[in-house]
Write a new protein. Structure first.
Length: 153
């Protein structure tokens, strides 16, 4: 399904809502949704803090909450994330052959975007001001938690 600006707005908005939910829970404000055939089939947010997890980035939480799905579903999917996916989350995109990823912003953090593109993923950066502001406010308030999340000392 081609991505219209309306789709990006609606689905990125859902990812932002997830990011805000994560922040309200005391976590890192990154959200993600998985869309198949124009329908959200999974929602998630970074829950590393809330769950004491090493791997529950927003995209991983989203995929987990989408549940077991046939491989064909992933091949028709678009993953929306408020922030550029890290190496781990990008690996999941490649593993499940998700063909499209829409990123809210990549100024705060840039994952392996060129690698995803080289591997055939249609990666679109929206540069959404709300996504960027959420992360900047969080970084100012919780720099040590952010560094932990991205594996920095």
């Amino acid at each position: 399904m081609p991505l219209s600006s309306r789709h990006v707005d609606v689905f990125l908005r859902a990812a932002i809502d997830e990011a805000r939910l994560g922040l309200a829970e005391g976590g890192i404000p990154i959200g993600s949704v998985l869309v198949v055939d124009g329908e959200i089939v999974g929602r998630g947010h970074n829950r590393r803090v809330q769950q004491g997890s090493t791997v529950l980035h927003a995209e991983m939480d989203c995929l987990e909450r989408a549940g077991r799905r046939p491989a064909a579903d992933y091949r028709r999917a678009t993953l929306y994330s408020t922030l550029s996916p890290c190496d781990m989350c990008s690996g999941a995109v490649l593993l499940y052959r998700i063909p499209r990823v829409v990123v809210g912003e990549n100024r705060t953090f840039r994952g392996p975007e060129e690698y995803l593109r080289e591997r055939g993923v249609d990666l679109r950066i929206v540069d959404d001001p709300e996504c960027h502001a959420l992360m900047q406010e969080f970084l100012a308030a919780q720099p040590q938690l952010w560094n932990e999340d991205i594996g920095e000392p």
